[in-house]
Design a protein. Structure first.
Length: 255
């Protein structure tokens, strides 16, 4: 579904990611790990169009047809089926839980500004369908009872779920999760792991995630890539990564 082909990202004289390659097959949960500053979020930013790689290519194949996405804007990349969450939660805090998810559906809105301002029948019909979709998603992520609350009032773990629900409203094929377990306690972390596995099956998703909680990465990922100082140092299944000397050195150093 996604092929990252030898991408490099330079900022002036600083090489944030150096000739990184990876592939993600449909239906997988693939992890991207590494020490702080390894270049993980830079990879996500290249995949989602925030940065254009200095060199290399990124190929997306959602329905059997491949295309390079390195020249697409973030909104265009979301349109073709790649959506993400962020390490720091980015909700519309003063809006309700329902409206946060409703906004995600606007990506698929077919009416123009003229129809929306005049509230023509075509727009109002789509608007109603988007609200129904938002309610459905809130039921699926366990937030329907909180639909009328302001998003800032939710506990941290539920805010994470809400951000994922908003991403699901864009109808993604590939969902990128940037440290979804950041700031969570052990119980919330365990619930998140089950939640991610459930939405993968429920919505037929492929998932690419960055995470520092090794319990999450080792517990739900099919395969894992490891970055250190922008360089790809290892990849494999969780057991292989746990026993890889280069990974151990990157995280713990050597005696």
């Amino acid at each position: 579904m996604l092929k990252i082909d030898n991408v490099t990202m330079r900022f002036g004289g600083v090489v944030a990611v150096n000739q990184f390659s990876a592939k993600i097959d449909p239906g997988e949960i693939v992890g991207l790990i590494g020490p702080n500053g390894a270049g993980k979020t830079t990879v996500f930013n290249m995949v989602t169009g925030v940065y254009k790689p200095t060199s290399g290519d990124i190929i997306f194949t959602p329905n059997g047809t491949s295309q390079s996405i390195i020249n697409l804007r973030p909104d265009q990349i979301a349109q073709i089926g790649i959506c993400r969450t962020f390490q720091n939660i980015r909700l519309f805090k003063e809006l309700t839980v329902l409206d946060n998810v409703f906004i995600g559906s606007h990506l698929r809105l077919k009416s123009g500004i003229f129809s929306s301002v005049l509230r023509l029948p075509n727009y109002t019909k789509q608007e109603k369908a988007m609200y129904e979709k938002a309610k459905y998603l809130l039921e699926k992520v366990g937030l329907y009872e909180e639909k009328d609350e302001k998003s800032f009032s939710l506990p941290y773990g539920k805010q994470r779920r809400l951000e994922i629900a908003r991403a699901l409203a864009t109808d993604p094929k590939l969902l990128l999760l940037d440290e979804p377990a950041a700031g969570m306690n052990p119980q919330e972390t365990q619930e998140l792991m089950e939640f991610i596995e459930n939405i993968k099956e429920e919505f037929d998703l492929t998932i690419f995630l960055i995470e520092h909680h090794m319990e999450v990465v080792m517990g739900i990922c099919d395969r894992i890539y490891v970055l250190d100082q922008g360089a790809h140092i290892a990849d494999g299944d969780p057991l292989e990564i746990q026993n890889n000397p280069k990974v151990i050195e990157a995280y713990l150093g050597v005696d």
